[in-house]
Ligand binder design. Structure first.
Ligand code: 13P
Ligand code: SF4
Length: 340
């Protein structure tokens, strides 16, 4: 099981009897997701983050791909991209720390602009967000006049500003169909687009973007998995290639997968997605055996307890949005939330 840090025991962050006492109630809540052996490494940072959250009137929003220490010990809200956007709107705290990637922090700032939004590592990017620019979208609009542009939230503010409406993996089919047209551009993830196309009669045009984590999965891997584990239930994220989704028993967003496991209680499951997902939910689903067949997202893995702590201490790195783009980008996200 992964927690993405080798935590350094400095004088400042040592597991003293005082730290143990102050964090005992937290440990009771997070055990067995966090083991007794791990706790002395995490507790000094958890202790300081909880103190700083109070001092700064801050909350931590964490994506389902964050590691167990973040997901269970310091986050106030966890979820998929859609849930994080929906919940970001209602945050009343002054400061929001995004334990996730940069586009998620930007979306949070768009939806709750009066708050200070921090990202512990501004280099936490996304291969999908990097695959397309605002100019690319303007060119697509010229090439396909009148075709609505549905943009995955995994994009920059500039790209959102050029789009008609956003979507996430949790609502893409619904958003596409909500437009009431025969043809849409669904960008930039070509695999998400192909998987949506398989579920709708709307013609889907797309872009050549890919998620570097999900594009690596193959149908052969699923076949081998089933050979080795004949009773396994396979869940695949819709950013996977269509042949992987076809070979799976269910496909849905990270929240969709979590709900599937907690509701259907499969005896054995493989989550064809980022590795932290299974780690995060394993303890809540003790009757399910999680078969590890996953890839790590190097961007999500940039966030750790140490830099969350540092972020709250120094109030860095503040995420801002170009005011010239903010209103148009917000409209695209807001339309998605209204249609969800
Ligand atoms: P969801 O949480 O919306 O399924 O997205 C997965 C993802 O890749 C986020 O970076
Ligand atoms: Fe981007 Fe894929 Fe990482 Fe999600 S998992 S942040 S889509 S690279």
């Amino acid at each position: 099981m992964s927690a993405n840090i080798a935590l350094a025991e400095t004088e400042e962050y040592t597991y003293t009897p005082e730290v143990a006492k102050r964090t005992a109630a937290v440990f009771d809540q997070v055990y067995p997701a966090i083991s007794k052996e791990e706790w002395p490494d995490f507790a000094p940072y958890v202790d300081e983050i909880l103190r700083l959250k109070k001092e700064r009137n801050a909350v931590v929003l964490a994506h389902n791909y964050q590691t167990r220490d973040i997901y269970h010990c310091v986050s106030d809200i966890v979820g998929d991209s859609l849930a994080l956007a929906q919940k970001a709107v209602d945050v009343e705290a002054d400061v929001i720390v995004m334990a996730g990637v940069h586009f998620m922090a930007e979306t949070t700032k768009l939806l709750n602009p009066s708050k200070t939004v921090l990202i512990p590592d501004p280099k936490a990017g996304c291969s999908l967000a990097d695959s397309i620019t605002g100019e690319d979208v303007r060119n697509l609009r010229k090439k396909y006049p009148g075709v609505p542009i549905v943009t995955y939230v995994n994009t920059s503010v500039e790209v959102k500003a050029e789009s008609d409406i956003c979507c996430t993996s949790g609502n893409a089919v619904k958003i596409v169909e909500s437009l009431g047209v025969d043809r849409v551009l669904l960008i930039p993830d070509r695999f998400l687009a192909a998987n949506v196309a398989a579920e709708t009669n709307v013609e889907i045009l797309t872009w050549q973007g890919e998620c570097e984590v999900h594009e690596r999965f193959t149908a052969r891997q699923v076949t081998q998995l089933r050979k080795a584990h004949p009773n396994v239930t396979v869940l695949a994220h819709p950013e996977c290639p269509p042949e992987v989704v076809e070979a799976a028993d269910y496909s849905g967003s990270t929240a969709g997968m979590i709900n599937f496991v907690s509701e259907q209680k499969p005896a054995e499951v493989a989550l064809i997605t980022e590795c932290s997902m299974g780690d995060n939910i394993a303890s809540e689903n003790p009757d399910t055996n999680f078969i590890r067949s996953c890839n790590l997202c190097p961007h999500m893995q940039r966030i750790n307890l140490m830099n969350i702590c540092e972020s709250l201490k120094t109030m860095t790195h503040e995420v801002t949005v170009d005011p010239a783009l903010a209103d148009r980008a917000r409209l695209a996200v807001q339309r998605m939330l209204d249609a969800s």
